[in-house]
Design a protein around this ligand. Structure first.
Ligand code: 5GP
Length: 115
Protein backbone atom coordinates (compact mmCIF):
# COMPACT_ATOMS: atom_id res chain seq x y z
CA UNK A 1 0.00 0.00 0.00
CA UNK A 2 1.35 3.42 -0.90
CA UNK A 3 1.63 6.28 1.57
CA UNK A 4 -1.42 8.52 2.03
CA UNK A 5 -1.53 11.46 -0.37
CA UNK A 6 -0.83 14.98 0.84
CA UNK A 7 -4.58 15.69 0.61
CA UNK A 8 -5.47 12.67 2.77
CA UNK A 9 -2.87 13.83 5.29
CA UNK A 10 -4.47 17.30 5.31
CA UNK A 11 -7.91 15.75 5.84
CA UNK A 12 -6.53 13.65 8.67
CA UNK A 13 -5.11 16.76 10.32
CA UNK A 14 -1.48 15.68 9.87
CA UNK A 15 -0.72 18.70 7.68
CA UNK A 16 -2.38 22.00 8.61
CA UNK A 17 -4.91 23.41 6.13
CA UNK A 18 -8.44 24.54 6.85
CA UNK A 19 -11.19 22.37 5.33
CA UNK A 20 -13.36 25.17 3.96
CA UNK A 21 -16.27 23.00 2.74
CA UNK A 22 -17.33 19.41 2.72
CA UNK A 23 -19.94 17.14 1.14
CA UNK A 24 -20.53 13.48 1.84
CA UNK A 25 -17.70 12.35 -0.42
CA UNK A 26 -15.58 15.43 -1.15
CA UNK A 27 -13.89 18.32 0.63
CA UNK A 28 -12.25 21.62 -0.28
CA UNK A 29 -9.16 23.55 0.79
CA UNK A 30 -7.35 26.69 -0.37
CA UNK A 31 -4.41 26.06 -2.69
CA UNK A 32 -1.15 26.84 -0.89
CA UNK A 33 0.23 28.57 -4.02
CA UNK A 34 -2.74 30.44 -5.53
CA UNK A 35 -2.70 31.16 -9.27
CA UNK A 36 -5.88 33.30 -9.21
CA UNK A 37 -7.60 35.62 -6.70
CA UNK A 38 -9.67 32.61 -5.64
CA UNK A 39 -7.88 29.27 -6.03
CA UNK A 40 -9.49 26.35 -4.23
CA UNK A 41 -9.05 22.60 -4.54
CA UNK A 42 -12.00 20.19 -4.47
CA UNK A 43 -10.90 16.68 -3.59
CA UNK A 44 -12.73 13.36 -3.28
CA UNK A 45 -12.29 11.95 0.23
CA UNK A 46 -11.22 8.65 -1.33
CA UNK A 47 -7.84 8.62 -3.02
CA UNK A 48 -8.83 5.60 -5.11
CA UNK A 49 -8.80 7.65 -8.34
CA UNK A 50 -5.54 9.19 -9.49
CA UNK A 51 -6.99 11.55 -12.08
CA UNK A 52 -10.25 12.79 -13.57
CA UNK A 53 -10.29 10.17 -16.32
CA UNK A 54 -10.21 7.38 -13.75
CA UNK A 55 -12.81 9.20 -11.64
CA UNK A 56 -15.19 9.69 -14.59
CA UNK A 57 -14.91 6.03 -15.55
CA UNK A 58 -15.12 4.66 -12.01
CA UNK A 59 -17.58 6.95 -10.24
CA UNK A 60 -19.32 9.55 -12.42
CA UNK A 61 -21.65 10.50 -9.54
CA UNK A 62 -18.65 11.43 -7.43
CA UNK A 63 -17.31 13.54 -10.31
CA UNK A 64 -20.68 15.31 -10.41
CA UNK A 65 -20.44 15.88 -6.65
CA UNK A 66 -16.99 17.45 -7.11
CA UNK A 67 -18.35 19.75 -9.83
CA UNK A 68 -21.34 20.68 -7.66
CA UNK A 69 -19.12 21.60 -4.73
CA UNK A 70 -16.91 23.67 -7.06
CA UNK A 71 -20.01 25.54 -8.23
CA UNK A 72 -21.16 26.30 -4.66
CA UNK A 73 -17.69 27.49 -3.69
CA UNK A 74 -17.45 29.82 -6.69
CA UNK A 75 -20.76 31.38 -5.66
CA UNK A 76 -19.62 31.74 -2.05
CA UNK A 77 -16.06 33.00 -2.68
CA UNK A 78 -16.50 34.89 -6.00
CA UNK A 79 -19.25 35.96 -8.40
CA UNK A 80 -20.26 32.43 -9.32
CA UNK A 81 -18.18 32.17 -12.49
CA UNK A 82 -15.21 29.88 -12.37
CA UNK A 83 -12.67 27.85 -14.29
CA UNK A 84 -12.36 24.17 -13.38
CA UNK A 85 -8.97 22.58 -14.08
CA UNK A 86 -7.95 18.95 -13.69
CA UNK A 87 -4.27 18.61 -14.48
CA UNK A 88 -3.96 15.08 -15.82
CA UNK A 89 -0.49 13.56 -15.99
CA UNK A 90 2.93 14.96 -15.09
CA UNK A 91 3.43 16.60 -18.48
CA UNK A 92 0.26 18.62 -17.84
CA UNK A 93 1.52 19.78 -14.45
CA UNK A 94 -0.10 17.18 -12.20
CA UNK A 95 1.99 16.75 -9.06
CA UNK A 96 -0.48 15.07 -6.68
CA UNK A 97 -1.93 11.79 -7.94
CA UNK A 98 -5.09 11.91 -5.84
CA UNK A 99 -7.66 13.43 -8.17
CA UNK A 100 -8.52 17.06 -7.43
CA UNK A 101 -10.21 19.95 -9.21
CA UNK A 102 -8.67 23.41 -9.21
CA UNK A 103 -11.42 26.04 -8.85
CA UNK A 104 -10.11 29.34 -10.21
CA UNK A 105 -12.28 32.43 -9.85
CA UNK A 106 -12.45 36.09 -8.94
CA UNK A 107 -11.11 38.09 -11.87
CA UNK A 108 -9.43 35.63 -14.18
CA UNK A 109 -6.95 36.62 -16.83
CA UNK A 110 -5.51 34.48 -19.58
CA UNK A 111 -2.44 33.98 -17.37
CA UNK A 112 -4.44 31.81 -14.99
CA UNK A 113 -5.56 29.38 -17.70
CA UNK A 114 -3.26 26.85 -16.05
CA UNK A 115 -3.23 25.88 -12.40
P1 5GP B 1 -1.53 19.56 -9.30
O1 5GP B 1 -0.19 20.19 -9.59
O2 5GP B 1 -1.34 18.09 -8.93
O3 5GP B 1 -2.57 19.77 -10.33
O4 5GP B 1 -2.09 20.32 -8.02
C1 5GP B 1 -1.59 20.15 -6.74
C2 5GP B 1 -1.87 21.44 -6.02
O5 5GP B 1 -1.75 21.20 -4.63
C3 5GP B 1 -0.87 22.56 -6.36
O6 5GP B 1 -1.58 23.66 -6.95
C4 5GP B 1 -0.23 22.91 -5.02
O7 5GP B 1 -0.01 24.30 -4.85
C5 5GP B 1 -1.22 22.34 -4.02
N1 5GP B 1 -0.60 21.91 -2.78
C6 5GP B 1 0.51 21.13 -2.66
N2 5GP B 1 0.80 20.93 -1.36
C7 5GP B 1 -0.15 21.59 -0.65
C8 5GP B 1 -0.38 21.75 0.76
O8 5GP B 1 0.35 21.25 1.62
N3 5GP B 1 -1.46 22.51 1.13
C9 5GP B 1 -2.29 23.08 0.21
N4 5GP B 1 -3.31 23.80 0.69
N5 5GP B 1 -2.11 22.95 -1.13
C10 5GP B 1 -1.04 22.21 -1.56
Amino acid sequence: MSDPSIFTRIRNGEIPSEIIAETENAFAIRDIAPKAPVHLLVIPKSEEYRNVVELAAGDPELLAEVVGLANSLAAEHADGDFRLVFNTGPNAGQTVFHVHAHVLAGGLGEESLGA
